[in-house]
Design a protein around this ligand. Structure first.
Ligand SMILES: [Fe+2]
Length: 333
């Protein structure tokens, strides 16, 4: 069996058809197949599962194997298809991984940004409970840093340890910044007793679980979350600022809350957290294919957990407008 015998269409590739052409979108690239190539791809597509050898696909389709292999190799070059049995021995440098990870995260985050709550807040359609709920869940999430960052530092590889220990020390009090904002609306003991939504806990738990297993994969996941806070380049900075400006306009009573969000972003910036992952990637030894797969899978799952976090806020507080959620006690239950 040659190294190109088990083709698999990448999981994140989206296929659509238009006027006989096939358009395959992968991350932010788009490839169009026309004529015979489009027709051949249409027949091959159900069998591009990473388990069927090219010779068998050719037999099933009554096609010539070299023709299928040529198309598969072309698609592999543009990155929409890979070969399950390609040599796994190649290593990837940390800095190459950094670029690959950034590209994938930008794509995976698109679904998170499409979640309707962002637009509901910027247009003023979100309810008071949803807006306060958003602030509380953000606070719980940031508070969770003292859990997962401590676990990550304790289980780190020697190369990751100094970065994670530093990050933990810098980050574990950041929940207090948000708490200060929430205190403009609620007494301190109410803020301290507030309970996170299960969907918020799921995000923190996934971070903790990964932190105990692989410090590099953990930070690859954490970096996806960090990317949503970064205001480093102008485009990202403007998007974050526009969101806060619109929120302030429609919900003027959130003024102090927003100040605390912005204060936190500035605190992270001052500590150089935007560059933390790049420094880690420069420190780690070259990564095996299994390590690359693991770290990318964690980042992708993190995007799904982040989407769940947003949906939790959106749906729960739209239906149960009592905010914050307080723990039950014998008198309340
Ligand atoms: Fe922070």
């Amino acid at each position: 069996m040659s190294a190109v015998d088990l083709p698999v269409l990448k999981r994140s590739a989206q296929v659509s058809r238009k006027n006989g052409s096939v358009v395959i979108r992968h991350l932010r690239d788009e490839i169009t197949l026309d004529g015979a190539a489009a027709e051949l791809f249409g027949k091959m597509q159900p069998l591009l599962d990473g388990k069927t050898e090219i010779d068998r696909i050719a037999q099933n389709l009554n096609e010539k194997a070299p023709r299928l292999r040529a198309l598969a190799e072309q698609m592999s070059k543009v990155g929409v298809l890979s070969f399950m049995n390609a040599p796994a021995g190649e290593l990837m440098s940390g800095t190459d991984f950094y670029k690959l990870h950034k590209e994938h995260c930008a794509f995976w985050l698109e679904d998170v940004y499409r979640q309707p709550l962002w637009e509901q807040i910027t247009s003023g359609k979100a309810s008071r409970a949803q807006v306060i709920g958003f602030a509380f869940e953000k606070y719980h999430y940031i508070e969770g840093a003292y859990e997962h960052m401590g676990i990550a530092a304790a289980n780190a590889t020697p190369e990751m340890m100094p970065h994670l220990a530093r990050h933990f020390i810098e980050e574990y009090r950041h929940g207090d910044i948000y708490r200060k904002g929430l205190r403009s609306l609620f007494p301190d003991d109410v803020v301290l007793r507030a309970q996170p939504l299960p969907s918020t806990r799921a995000l923190i738990n996934y971070l903790s679980e990964t932190a105990a297993r692989s410090s590099f994969a953990y930070y690859a996941g954490n970096e996806l979350l960090q990317l949503t806070e970064n205001t480093g380049d102008d485009k990202a900075g403007n998007a974050v600022n526009e969101f806060y400006d619109a929120m302030r306009k429609h919900y003027p009573w959130t003024d102090k809350l927003i100040d605390s969000f912005i204060e936190h972003t500035h605190a992270d910036q001052k500590l150089g957290h935007e560059d933390a992952f790049l420094l880690m990637c420069k420190s780690v030894p070259p990564l095996t294919r299994a390590e690359v797969d693991d770290a990318l899978n964690v980042a992708r799952s993190m995007a799904e957990h982040l989407l769940l976090f947003m949906e939790g806020i959106d749906i729960f507080y739209a239906n149960f407008p009592t905010v914050p959620r307080l723990p039950c006690d014998l008198r309340s239950e």
